[in-house]
Design a binder for this molecule. Sequence first.
Ligand code: PGA
Length: 281
Amino acid sequence: MRAGVVACKKLLNAERLLMEVIIKKDRDSASKLAATIIAGLINKNPAAVLGLATGSTPLGLYNELVRMHREAGLSFKHVKTFNLDEYIGLDPANPCSFFNEMHRNLLQKIDLAADASHIPNGRAEDIVASCEAYEAAIRRAGGIDLQVLGIGHDGHLAFNEPGSSLSSRTRIKTLSRVTIKANARFFGSEEQVPKHVMTMGLGTIMEAKQCLMLAFGAEKADAVAATVEGPVSASCPASLLQFHPRAIIILDEAAAGKLLRHDYYIDVYEGKPAWQRYEQA
Ligand code: PGA
């Protein structure tokens, strides 16, 4: 019995977990679980390198990390962060820029060192050189330990729209009409959404040691089903996570609503022994 537990732990440590789907009853409990996983990583490795995402999905996660920092002593003093993407041409002072959003929602509320956060520079004069420099900075930091991800209505990961090369690196991309429509809610109108972005590539994301994708709401259910149970295809870039050695997908009930194996994912997570559950992290 004990030998079995040791063997299972070895398997976990060998990073052969593959995709794990966890369904929580709502956005709040899902966000808290995601925060627990990140806090567990930082407690184990205070100099962890985090990949961060923007948009509405990770807001509950960031609020919980801020709470843990203020109330439970979680420190980011030695942590480094790399954001997934940024709009091209937007002033960092613009509240819609990911630079602004990230500082407002997390970075300025924790004890991260001043030079420890990295966000693609969408106003660089030489975007190609800036993309290469971003990749080099990730490599210099030793790679990303855990990458936070949302998912687009069209299945995009970061701003890798459908059709993106599965081995792409940080580069400039054109937004799809679906994404422009979805993000118009932040800008006031579709016309004001920049058409171009700088984004980590799918190849960049796949090199993160661990991926943590969150999706909430019924409007994400189709993209989530294609990601988890569809064929791996550039038509749904997030489906590439099926090949990631350690991808955790945390969903609320609404986003999990179209999964064929919904009940099975719940049974698997609920049947885990305490030492395997992230709540213990
Ligand atoms: P959202 O965006 O969190 O605002 O839904 C996610 C994404 O576009 O990746």
